[in-house]
Design a protein around this ligand. Structure first.
Ligand SMILES: [Zn+2]
Length: 283
């Protein structure tokens, strides 16, 4: 099993060789679940997976070349809540084997060259730190410069509270980078996985030329209780799921993880053309 499946493994319970589904509570051999891309063989619940595992699932074997691997953030506010922010960062870096909550690079996807980004929810909730926003923006810019479609798998709680307004700035920065991608007539495919919330869905993640989502992913701006308290409205059941948003047009298609790579390859063939003539295809 790949060490990059840290997050899914952390949900697997005390027996490291077994996986207990958080939805149906059934237990399966971990190797069986890993072979099923961390989708429960019984109920098809999509377990959360880390960024390394996501890239392993999507990129053709041996093709991923990481961008900006050394880019790591700092604690410019010297933030301390119950613990020092720098200690939280250090712990997450060791556990998730990432400098911050995103992994970016170039990869082939069934032969299509793409810029690829994957958020890691296990790293402080996939939140938008300065380093995450910078690495995301650079990945979009690298894609624009290299003439590559950009694919981003988002799993993020939104702003990184410990970085205050510097975190919020990442929303504008990522959107500006996407504008440059659009000017280059290159497609952006946004994939929303459980959960995609807050500043992430309120900026770059909602701007895909095509927006896909995994089944039953929680997608929304803020939690149901906060919305109810602010609006005094009764909210419909399941209003923050992939399926609810799909029925209302926010999401183009809900795609099972086991079909995601194939669907992406089909989209890339349509949007970018088999020979990679992206500009002509979208001009
Ligand atoms: Zn299950």
């Amino acid at each position: 099993m790949s060490i990059s499946a840290t997050y899914a493994r952390s949900q697997a319970g005390p027996d490291a060789g077994a996986f207990t589904c958080t939805a149906c509570k059934a237990t399966y051999p971990l190797a069986q679940v890993a072979g099923n891309l961390y989708v429960c063989p019984g109920c098809s619940h999509h377990a959360r997976i880390g960024a390394h595992e996501r890239v392993r699932q999507l990129a053709d074997r041996g093709t991923f070349q990481e961008w900006d691997a050394a880019l790591a953030g700092t604690d410019r506010l010297e933030f301390f809540d119950t613990r020092a922010y720098v200690d939280r960062l250090d712990e997450a870096r060791v556990r998730q084997q990432l400098p911050d909550a995103i992994l970016t690079g170039q990869a082939a996807l069934q032969g299509h060259q793409v810029g690829l980004a994957a958020f890691d929810f296990g790293f402080m909730g996939g939140s938008l730190s300065t380093a995450v926003g910078e690495r995301l923006a650079r990945a979009i810019e690298h894609s624009a410069e290299a003439g590559l479609p950009f694919v981003c798998v988002t799993s993020s709680g939104g702003a990184r509270m410990q970085e205050g307004v510097f975190s919020l700035m990442q929303m504008a920065k990522s959107v500006a980078a996407l504008h440059r991608l659009a000017e280059a007539h290159l497609p952006f495919i946004s994939i929303l996985v459980d959960p995609t919330m807050g500043g992430s869905i309120a900026s770059f993640a909602a701007l895909g030329d095509v927006i896909l989502a995994e089944p039953k992913a929680m997608i929304g701006f803020t939690g149901a209780r906060v919305i109810t308290q602010a609006t005094y409205e009764q909210l419909p059941a399941g209003f923050q799921t992939s399926e609810f948003h799909h029925a209302r047009g926010l999401i183009d298609r809900v795609v099972d993880r086991r079909e995601l790579k194939e669907v992406l390859a089909q989209l890339l063939a349509v949007l970018a053309g088999p020979s990679g003539e992206h500009s002509q295809a979208l001009a």
